[in-house]
Design a protein around this ligand. Structure first.
Ligand SMILES: C[S@@+](CC[C@H](N)C(=O)[O-])C[C@H]1O[C@@H](n2cnc3c(N)ncnc32)[C@H](O)[C@@H]1O
Length: 302
């Protein structure tokens, strides 16, 4: 997509916070040269500025229902789907047919049970036209220990993958992992079954030929990502580690593609996208976070 200079401040927010449009233009040029566009505003309005079918990857973690009421968010769990769908509609419009949308989300516990708004959101997004292609799990390796009367500590979050079509871009080789120690013993003495294609007994159409992996150094990963939460204080209450967007940016985009985070927070998606040579668009409704990302990026952009 062409990156023409944009006034990147949502006018409804501008009135509220008395931000001067001219002030925005000075820094904007530098960012546009670096293929980064940052917007301060509500994604519901801001995304309307983005052309249809122009984004390769949307990677984001939206405000969680009822969380962080004192800073942002605070959307009631029962209203969450209603709040998200107009934004989902815009995301569907601007994503390329070959693109992918990854939504990092986890339902909260409400009155002693897990709320169902994430499940309801998936169903409504399917009605909106999205394909729910896959679900990845982020296993938080360093979750805080604790004791709860009726459950254990929460050590994982969902990463829901949505697509517009079944033919989306995926660069699987970019996220291959070392074969690991198991291969040394498992591949040493192959059985007869290991030497032929062993088709799935449940008729899924999948099959494996273990012999194919002899001598290989690298394998494809599974859909559970083991990563620690971000410990460095990035002055935001809900950061995810840069490794998380990095993994998905490598998997679903190539150099020069465009990545969008419509709830950028402290900006990890934007920084990683830029570092990996992708174009990046970030949106946040809070002036504090918008400025944090802008100031942080300004120090690394030439
Ligand atoms: C869960 S946080 C994102 C954290 C981010 N992934 C990080 O690692 O820093 C969600 C962000 O969405 C922003 N936000 C909430 N409602 C928004 C809206 N309607 N439009 C744009 N941003 C919004 C919040 O200010 C917050 O920074």
């Amino acid at each position: 997509m062409g990156f023409s200079p944009l006034i990147s401040i949502d006018r409804s927010i501008m009135k509220k916070s008395h931000i001067k449009e001219s002030g925005a233009k000075n820094w904007n040029d530098k960012f546009i040269k670096s293929n980064i566009i940052l917007y301060l505003g509500d994604s519901k309005n801001v995304l309307k500025n983005i052309p249809s079918n122009s984004i390769d990857l949307i990677f984001t973690s939206p405000p969680y229902a009822d969380r962080r009421i004192n800073t942002y968010g605070g959307i009631k769990p029962d209203k969450y789907v209603e709040w998200f769908l107009p934004i989902g509609e815009e995301l569907l419009r601007i994503l390329k047919p070959t693109g992918t949308f990854v939504l990092n989300i986890k339902e909260k516990v409400d009155s002693g049970e897990r709320h169902t708004y994430v499940i309801e959101l998936i169903l409504e997004m399917k009605k909106q036209g999205w394909l729910w292609t896959e679900e990845f799990i982020w296993h938080k390796k360093n979750s805080y220990p604790g004791k709860w009367p009726n459950r254990f500590r929460d050590a994982w979050e969902r990463l829901l993958q949505f697509n517009k079509t079944r033919k989306f871009n995926m660069y699987q080789e970019a996220v291959m992992v070392p074969m690991g120690e198991w291969a040394k013993t498992r591949l040493k003495n192959l059985s007869e079954t290991d030497k032929r294609r062993d088709n799935s007994k449940v008729g899924s159409g999948f099959g494996k030929k273990i012999e194919n992996w002899v001598g290989k150094e690298m394998a494809y990963p599974d859909n559970v990502l083991h990563m620690s939460t971000e410990c460095a204080n990035r002055n935001h209450s809900a950061v995810f580690p840069e490794k998380l967007p990095e993994w998905f940016i490598k998997l679903f985009t190539k150099s020069g593609d465009t990545v969008l985070d419509p709830f950028m927070g402290s900006g990890p998606t934007i920084r990683v996208a830029h570092r990996l040579g992708r174009k990046a668009i970030g949106v946040d409704i809070m002036e504090e976070y918008f400025n944090m990302v802008k100031n942080n990026l300004e120090t690394i952009l030439i």
